[in-house]
Ligand binder design. Structure first.
Ligand code: GLC
Length: 566
């Protein structure tokens, strides 16, 4: 019996070990490039164009037939991705439109119908290893073209659900997966999408597809969009889309996929607003500080070139990573749950990296509750590794970093410690005067890209702006040594349109309602007093949120201050 138990344990360990080896590269890679490319790029107005603009199949085929990426050069793509500092790339083998951007033996709805003679995926697979890029494929389960797939688009077919043969469709999908997994080198991952119509789950064939991939190519990772599977068939990683979870995404591996423009994955010539290189670098840092990967998207043009707005931003990221890559690749999540400055942390072995986005006005960087001995502290990129001045203040370490050493996108301070970072939980506490200031720098919030609620520094402070979703909820850790009565002062700026909207400040179990007043505009600040309220002693969470379904777009939150009343 004991022996049986032992061998079960050993098998378990062996499996875990194997699993860990399969996933290690992904865990360490941190940064990948997503590529959405196909006939929709010819239209140049988002990869959902056929559906949104109700373009019938016959008409869409005209675009598909004209897809002719004469200027596509796999070397150029891969060399750009490598220059950007990416370690892997995920390219759409087939998007929702059903078109395969390779040469498939089981479909004619592929490169064969175009004037282009080559197979882009073959070229990419050949070139990628040379640049140290692992190549994976995005493969849509939903298919707006395949005659056997149901449901069809309801604006195109009167009876969108009848006819068809989903079983046959799954056979087809498996066959395409076989082509991709056996003819295109080592495939890093299959990145499923379009699972919400549940075709595979309804047919109870999602496990079959999962097992099929595992058998054909055991090292290929599978994302979490294959819908439900039997418990053993676990997804290798989660895929938050266009957002960074507030506190990481649990224990498992995850990867946030994000566009450089506002919201198009496929080429969109009408999108003219792009995240700045600073935004992108900080997003990478934020994701990595929470233990995740960033899959940053480009939608190449139909001719195969990548628009300059993407190229310059990717190159800027690469330039930053050249100096600061050691604080990104192979690191693990921040040991801090919250920080008192606007920035993030990562760690590797006995080195702690502080990524500073915004400098406190006194220029002093407070590292809260760091218990380790510090061997040295310096700014990455400083070749001389000039030691930074620092002192202990209670449990904290306070560093001074000369202005000249700062990178306004993100400055990385490396602290060589006596071992893995050991830190005390950070909480906002009363200051000498008994005031508790909860500034945005020490708040945690989910970063959403479509609506772009985010922490931003301006005027030497950090604010929450574009606060448009009711579930964008900033939260703080508060620790009060003793119970007491406080007046709550909420400092914000608000546009006229927000006047009268209700919001809520919650301190532990206490809930207070406020009504937004018009301060002139969202960058003119006023203080609104709520309470007084009794705050219990001990640790609690403070949140501020919209009280209605509407968000608070046009309200910029600066801080919540608890002022003791006697
Ligand atoms: C969504 C969209 C799709 C895009 C994907 C990327 O699921 O339907 O167009 O490819 O997000 O994550």
């Amino acid at each position: 019996m004991g022996r049986l138990l032992l061998s079960i344990l050993l098998v378990g360990l062996a499996c875990f070990g194997q699993d860990d080896a399969r996933l290690k590269w992904f865990r360490d890679a941190k940064f990948g490039i997503f590529v959405h490319w196909g006939p929709y790029s010819v239209l140049g107005r988002h990869e959902w164009a056929r559906h949104w603009y109700q373009i019938r199949q016959a008409e869409y085929d005209v675009y598909a037939r004209s897809f002719n990426p004469e200027r596509f050069n796999a070397e150029e793509w891969m060399s750009l991705f490598a220059r950007a500092g990416a370690k892997y790339s995920v390219v759409t083998s087939k998007h929702h439109d059903g078109f395969s951007i390779y040469r498939s033996k089981v479909s004619d709805y592929d490169m064969k119908m175009t004037p282009y003679a080559g197979d882009p995926l073959k070229d990419l697979a050949k070139v990628a290893p040379k640049y140290g890029i692992r190549l994976g494929f995005y493969h849509s389960i939903m298919d707006w073209h395949h005659p056997a797939y149901r449901p069809r688009r309801s604006w195109e077919y009167k009876d969108a659900k009848s006819g068809g043969n989903n079983g046959l469709y799954v056979d087809y999908m498996k066959e395409q997966l076989r082509e991709l997994l056996t003819g295109y080198g080592d495939v890093a991952m299959i990145w499923f999408d379009g699972e919400w119509e549940h075709t595979l789950a309804e047919l109870k064939r999602d496990d079959e597809v999962y097992d099929y991939i595992r058998t054909l190519s055991p090292n290929t990772l599978i994302n979490d969009r294959l819908y439900e599977r039997k418990p053993g068939n676990k997804a290798d990683f989660g895929t938050p889309e266009q957002y960074v979870p507030a506190t990481g995404a649990g224990q498992g591996l995850w990867e946030s996929c994000v566009t450089i423009n506002q919201a198009s994955w496929g080429y969109n010539k009408y999108e003219t607003e792009f995240k700045t290189e600073r935004d992108l670098i900080r997003t990478l840092v934020e994701v990595v500080s929470k233990g995740g990967n960033l899959l940053l998207n480009v939608g190449p043009k139909p001719d195969g070139t990548i628009q300059p707005e993407f190229v310059t931003r990717l190159e800027a990221m690469g330039e930053w990573l050249k100096t600061n890559g050691e604080a990104i690749y192979g690191t693990t999540a921040s040991p801090f749950e919250r920080l008192p400055f606007f920035g993030r942390a990562t760690q590797k072995g006995s080195t702690l990296y502080l990524h500073v986005f915004g400098w406190p006005q006194d220029g002093q960087l407070r590292v809260p509750g760091l218990k380790n001995l510090i061997h040295s502290a310096y700014v990455l990129g400083d070749e001389k590794k000039t030691p930074l001045g620092w002192r202990r203040d209670g449990g904290d370490v306070v560093l001074s970093v000369p202005r000249t050493a700062r990178d306004e996108r993100a400055t990385v301070v490396a602290l060589r410690l006596d071992g893995a970072a050991a830190v005390e939980r950070y909480a906002n506490r009363p200051d000498e005067r008994g005031l508790i200031r909860l500034g945005m720098e020490s708040a945690e919030i989910e970063t959403r890209f479509e609506q772009r609620a985010k922490k931003e520094n301006a005027l030497g402070k950090v604010f929450l702006t574009k606060w448009s979703r009711p579930d964008d909820v900033p939260s703080w850790n508060l620790e009060t040594p003793k119970a007491g009565r406080y007046q709550v002062e909420v400092r914000y700026g608000a546009t006229r349109g927000n006047k009268g909207k209700e919001y809520v400040v919650q301190i532990g179990k206490q809930v207070m309602k406020g009504q937004i007043v018009d301060t002139g505009n969202e960058w003119v600040f006023g203080v609104q007093k709520l309470g007084p309220v009794m705050v219990e002693a001990g640790a609690q969470t403070v949140v501020v949120k919209s009280a209605s379904e509407q968000g608070l777009e046009g309200v910029t939150l600066e801080s919540v201050t608890l002022v003791p009343v006697r």
